[in-house]
Design a protein around this ligand. Structure first.
Ligand code: KG4
Ligand code: ZN
Length: 335
């Protein structure tokens, strides 16, 4: 007999092929296969991403089911990322989910990837609403006002690059490989964040901009390397710590302003960059200072994963919000 609500989540919007099983509200398996093929190119190559998804999606789903100790016939629904993301990559996940939905005769749930990052918080927390959530990933930087589990409004976003890109582009300039975020935060641990300063933008309300700071790092490194060709190499830890500190301050400054203006019941931090420990601590400090709960996902639910897709899917499942077999993916954020 089928268990009440056993949902398979599938994520394939960028360079992670992921599958997870949510059983009666709990994640019982969460598998993520991160594509290595892009590393030598210093960024995600869309065509290579789609091909890698194609070869790994079935094995990843198989392992997720095995780890959950269930078979395909135990599933009550399949939830999949519908967008935003890379078109070819999204199609692999969506078509796989359609095939499962049709062959198993179970509902198909289309999940917005950005809402799913927020839903990552519901895996481990009983969130108090309204929540002010900072979403920071490789493609997005948003301040979101979350009224209820799947009811949210974007109140601020970046006008150019995402903060993850600011980390990744710095990683490229400092020759740290791709993605640069984890490398920069690792090196920053042994550096002094007060040695160098990088400028913030002067935008109204909760808007972000990260193209200026990236260019200022480029010119800074160019000028310093004229004096000493080994400047970056010899000062890597301090550069990383100072750059990271500037990015974290740019983010928390806006969060602080929004807390003061909107008085949320709780704050949250989600998306790939929420794996950054300096940012995690800065958000926890804000939570303490303003006496609001601060939720941050466990590391496995920060970067792209299917656990968050299954969790978001479970709320849509409860509301009978299903998609049709003819539904198409969407590449751009609808907000
Ligand atoms: O959410 P995510 O996995 O994928 C997107 O939907 O974009 O986020 C990936 C981003 C990359 O830019 C990566 O450099 C960044 O998250 N990232 C970090 C850290 N871990 C991952 N940035 C800073 N510090 C980290 N520890
Ligand atoms: Zn993401």
């Amino acid at each position: 007999m089928k268990q009440a609500s056993t949902i398979l989540g599938i994520e394939s919007s960028c360079d992670d092929t992921a599958a997870a099983v949510l059983q009666n509200g709990k994640i019982v398996s969460n598998i993520t296969s991160t594509q290595k093929v892009h590393e030598i190119y210093g960024g995600v190559v869309p065509e290579l991403a789609s091909r890698a998804h194609q070869s790994s999606i079935i094995p990843v789903i198989d392992v997720a089911l095995k780890n959950a100790n269930i078979s395909l016939n135990d599933l009550t629904a399949v939830a999949v990322t519908q967008g935003p993301g890379l078109m070819g990559s999204l199609m692999v996940g969506l078509n796989t989910a359609k095939a499962l939905s049709m062959s198993l005769n179970i509902p198909l749930i289309g999940v917005n990837h950005l809402q799913a990052h927020v839903a990552a918080l519901y895996i481990e927390h009983q969130v108090q609403f309204p929540m002010l959530c900072l979403l920071v990933s490789g493609g997005h930087t948003q301040l979101i006002w979350v009224k209820d589990h799947m009811e949210m409004e974007i109140i601020g976003s970046t006008i150019d690059d995402a903060v993850g890109e600011a980390f990744d582009k710095a990683g490229k300039l400092l020759e740290l490989g791709y993605p640069g975020g984890p490398q920069i935060s690792k090196l920053a641990q042994n550096g002094d964040p007060t040695v160098y300063s990088f400028p913030d933008s002067n935008l109204p309300e909760y808007q972000f901009s990260f193209s200026g700071i990236k260019t200022s790092l480029l010119y800074f490194l160019r000028d310093k390397s004229k004096e000493n060709a080994d400047f970056a190499k010899n000062n890597l830890e301090n550069i990383c710590a100072s750059y990271e500190n500037a990015l974290v301050n740019m983010l928390t400054k806006r969060v602080k302003k929004a807390i003061k203006n909107l008085n949320p019941k709780s704050i949250g931090l989600v998306g790939g960059v929420s794996a950054n420990s300096v940012l995690r601590n800065a958000m926890k400090d804000l939570g303490q200072k303003y006496a609001t709960e601060c939720y941050i996902p466990d590391f496995q639910y920060c970067t792209d994963n299917a656990g968050m897709i299954a969790k978001a899917g479970s709320f849509l499942f409860e509301k009978n919000e299903f998609i049709d077999i003819s539904t198409l993916p969407f590449s751009k954020s609808k907000a």
